[in-house]
Design a protein around this ligand. Structure first.
Ligand code: SAH
Length: 204
């Protein structure tokens, strides 16, 4: 999976590649789709939600430029795969999930791998999680019409945010880097995510 889907598409950050090699993706996918865990696509995890395509997880992780001392926030835990990858790359990760059953799934999955630096919080991630802010990185793994200011407010100076921004069906992968009062945007191509539903996202 890592060689064919990720390295072949130009991701060479050795820390990202080794985290992707270490975390078994099939543990994050309920049957029967776990059989297809190493395929090149997203898969259903129940409750109408999905686990992201491996390449997209690698790309977003790489764009976040995670450092070992970083405190990071993820919005949209899903079954916890992206969170497990990031747990190998940063000091502390808070991941938010709005659907209770999915939050429980994520919590069980990270716990069963013995991961101790991830906190799964049930709630509306469009409001962020000020209790653990400021964050060196914020990764939004659901599609948002625009990046909520609540989130950029919780970003540390020099921090980076990665998010799929656009319509309900198709979005552009965007990064923002906070430099004092300025946010520096960059675009990284088209993606498809399930909608971010909440106060500062889609209505439903
Ligand atoms: N990061 C996941 C992919 C998650 S799919 C992975 O590693 O595979 C997107 C998730 O975002 C879904 O589980 C959905 O329920 C959740 N979500 C949508 N809106 C949300 C919100 N406002 N706050 C928190 N989670 C949200």
């Amino acid at each position: 999976m890592v060689e064919r889907q990720i390295e072949a598409r130009g991701i060479h950050n050795p820390r990202v590649l080794s985290a992707m090699r270490e975390i078994p993706r099939h543990l994050f996918i309920p049957p029967p789709y776990d059989q297809s865990a190493y395929d090149d696509n997203p898969l259903p995890i129940g409750n109408g939600q999905t686990i992201s395509q491996p390449y997209i997880v690698a790309l977003m992780t790489d764009l976040l430029r995670p450092e070992p001392s970083d405190n990071v926030l993820e919005i949209g835990a899903g079954s916890g795969y992206q969170a497990a990858i990031l747990s190998r790359l940063v000091r502390r990760l808070t991941t938010m999930e709005r659907i209770s059953a999915v939050a429980i799934l994520a919590r069980n999955n990270v716990t069963s791998l013995g991961i101790q630096n991830v906190e799964v919080v049930e709630g509306d991630g469009t409001q962020g999680y000020p209790q653990n802010a400021p964050y060196d990185g914020i990764i939004v793994t659901a599609a948002t019409p625009e990046i909520p200011q609540t989130l950029t407010d919780q970003l540390a100076d020099g921090g980076r945010l990665v998010a799929p921004v656009g319509g309900r069906d198709i979005q552009e992968l965007v990064t923002l880097e906070k430099q004092g009062d300025i946010m520096i945007p960059e675009c990284h191509g088209g993606v498809r995510f399930v909608p971010l539903i909440g106060k500062h996202g889609w209505e439903n």
